[in-house]
Design a protein around this ligand. Structure first.
Ligand code: MN
Length: 291
């Protein structure tokens, strides 16, 4: 076993709005070296860093839109998100919760600030990841996993803090999310002066996003708040230390290594499949959802 070194610490790009409710820094696929293939199966990461939204009677967000061929994973750190979909599903993602939506063959959905939260406004902070699906399940039935914070597995590290496991494994403790390919996803919640070590296979695409505080990786690389740490695909082990209280999202997944052909909200394996997605969308095969 050898050290998994930091390839680059990426600073957040200028924020842009998704709809009027999500003010995000895109890291995947637009930041330096972080295209879809580089972080496969994590093909998109939008990060709404802490931002104060004023009170609004009409909840801000994104109107009805389709997805096909992948999963959307929404992690709420502050604020609340409400969603509805064309399969009749819906729910609220509260602080600390995760919604893992498998769009697969296709859904229409809309995502907004939760209505009561919106009336008060406040600090909003969340991550949305798109997780690619293997070709053989891209057209399977949609599926939802509402993962409340209390459902997540906590691996305690004494005075160092704890690891909150969403998916995959940390030292034998497993997270609750079902995944279609091997994925590890967890929040390291470290106390000032705390540290944690991680071990993932060398070829897994691995990264860390600093949500709170700052971190020192492998005793040498400093990553401030809102920065993204990309690891090399060599070595297995790394250590994160927290000079102040810190929250770090860690993602590590086995690359699916299939062709990626994406256009807007569709991520398939070929141009023909993307054309089919547009045809299906335009002929109502994604169902119906009122705006
Ligand atoms: Mn969406």
């Amino acid at each position: 076993m050898s050290t998994k070194k930091v390839e680059i610490v990426v600073q957040p790009k200028p924020a842009h709005y998704v709809g009027d409710g999500f003010r995000v820094h895109n890291f995947i696929p637009s930041a330096y070296r972080l295209d879809m293939e580089r972080m496969d199966p994590f093909i998109m990461l939008d990060y709404n860093s802490k931002f104060h939204f004023n009170a609004s009677e009409t909840p801000k967000g994104v109107g009805v839109h389709p997805h096909r061929g992948f999963e959307t994973v929404t992690i709420a750190y502050q604020g609340k998100v409400e969603h509805h979909d064309s399969a009749g599903g819906g729910g609220i993602i509260g602080e600390g919760d995760v919604q893992w939506m498998t769009a697969a063959g296709g859904v229409l959905h809309k995502e907004y600030h939760e209505s009561e939260w919106s009336k008060k406004g406040g600090i909003f902070q969340m991550v949305q990841l798109w997780v690619n699906l293997p070709a053989k399940v891209k057209m399977s039935a949609p599926k939802y996993q509402a993962i409340a914070n209390a459902d997540m597995t906590q691996h305690h590290l004494g005075a160092n803090g704890f690891i909150e496991i969403i998916a995959g494994d940390y030292k034998g403790d497993k997270g609750p999310a079902f995944t279609f390919s091997p994925i590890n996803m967890m929040n390291a919640k470290l106390k000032k002066g705390g540290k944690a070590d991680f071990q993932f296979p060398a070829h897994y695409n691995t990264a860390a996003l600093v949500i709170e505080g700052s971190i020192i990786v492998n005793g040498e690389e400093t990553a401030p708040t809102d920065h993204f740490v990309l690891f090399e695909n060599e070595g297995e082990n790394f250590i994160i230390e927290a000079p102040e209280d810190a929250v770090v999202l860690i993602i590590s997944g086995e690359p699916i290594n299939e062709p990626i052909y994406s256009h807007g909200p569709f991520v398939m394996n070929s141009r023909e499949e993307i054309m089919q997605a547009f045809t299906d969308f335009n002929t109502g095969k994604f169902g119906y959802l009122e705006d």
